[in-house]
Design a protein around this ligand. Structure first.
Ligand code: PLP
Ligand code: COI
Length: 341
């Protein structure tokens, strides 16, 4: 087996078809045994529940080549659990946790030549997803589903890589109070498309969404949670029922406390207080932790003192420690790393 001839250092965050994907179908109340297949195309009814009523949930995680040449993925058990929560909220059957992990491992293993080499700056993004596949015209859940996992090599999510980005306060909401903001449902991303296109057209790289009920508290962006750093090096991260419980954010909170000895506060963060913070980062599987240099609030610029022109020192330490754990040169907490054998 030989690595694919890909210019690893210059790929963006895009889709590239790989050789194999995992598929399992749900029918008559049970999942079939699942298989790896080559065909990337899906044929379903024009009236499939996913097409009419957006009954679909997904996950995102990454596989890495470590310094000593192993291939590993990061905390797939948490993606499995989150997908079960997402499925339950949309009245979909749950895909069992152990089978989810095995499907991810199999997909990476059978596309091993697409896993970017250590040090290339690229990683293998793995996308498990599930959708209602049979025809449904009255508004009700499907009876048949498909669970799939594909993967694609990716580079940095934000174009400049690790240069601080400018984001804007968004006038649209991404989630409703008591809605679906806390699960990874395709419908949350459909809602965000107009807002992100509008942000890009106006020169901003992301949207800062505020809490939908009062519009006074910071929630998250379209694809990542926030971490802020105070003047005295404390980490502050928003707590809310309508943001996605980011696995990267939860991991960074542990890294901050247990590896860097930093104090962490998970609490409501009022928009009015963000000018007191000295660094800001966006954390997620795709974003890792990407620095935010400036938040534009309807023309008023809030710049983070220690992270405006380049990544600030605390965000840099968090990023280096997390990626060190993922790439195998810093010892990982028990259970964080799943080796592909
Ligand atoms: N918030 C949203 C809306 C996301 O889409 C993602 C990406 O998965 C995250 C946060 C980050 O979550 P994670 O760290 O689990 O990838
Ligand atoms: C991820 O980080 O895995 C996501 O799903 C974010 C998405 C916007 C690419």
């Amino acid at each position: 087996m030989a690595k694919k001839d890909i210019d690893w250092g210059n790929i963006g965050f895009g889709y590239m078809k790989t050789d194999k994907r995992y598929v399992s179908n749900y029918k008559d109340g049970a999942w079939d045994s699942g298989a790896m297949i080559s065909d990337d195309q899906i044929t379903i009814s024009e009236c499939a529940c996913v097409l009419q009523y957006a009954q679909t949930v997904f996950e995102g995680l990454k596989a890495y080549t470590t310094e000593d040449g192993r291939v590993v993925c990061f905390r797939p058990d948490l993606n499995a659990e989150r997908m079960m929560d997402s499925a339950a909220r949309l009245e979909m059957p749950q895909f069992p946790k152990e089978r989810f992990i095995e499907a991810v491992v199999q997909t990476v293993r059978e596309n091993i030549d697409y896993v970017p080499p250590y040090g290339s700056g690229a990683t293998l993004y793995v996308r498990p997803f599930m959708f209602g596949s049979n025809a449904v015209i009255g508004v009700k859940p499907a009876e048949e589903y498909q669970f799939r996992v594909f993967c694609t090599p990716v580079g940095p999510y934000f174009k400049g890589g690790v240069k601080p980005i400018t984001i804007r306060v968004c006038d649209f909401d991404r989630a409703a109070p008591h809605g679906t903001g806390h699960i990874k449902a395709g419908l949350n991303y459909a809602m965000s498309l107009h807002a992100i296109v509008d942000a890009h057209n106006k020169g901003f790289e992301e949207n800062m969404y505020l809490d939908p009920a009062t519009r006074t508290k910071v929630e998250e962006t379209g694809g990542a949670n926030f971490l802020f750093v105070t003047k005295d090096n404390k980490i502050v991260t928003p707590k809310s029922n309508s943001i996605l419980p980011s696995i990267t954010r939860r991991s960074l909170v542990s890294v901050a406390k247990d590896y860097l000895g930093l104090e962490v506060e998970e609490r409501e963060v009022f928009f009015d207080e963000i000018s007191d913070f000295v660094e800001c980062g966006l954390c997620g599987t795709a974003a890792v932790i990407s620095p935010v240099g400036c938040v534009n609030d309807h023309g008023r610029e809030i710049k983070f003192a220690n992270g405006c022109d380049e990544m600030g020192p605390i965000i840099t330490k968090l990023r280096e420690t997390l990626t060190g754990i993922q790439m195998g040169h810093i010892e990982a907490p028990e259970g964080w790393i799943k080796e592909i054998k």
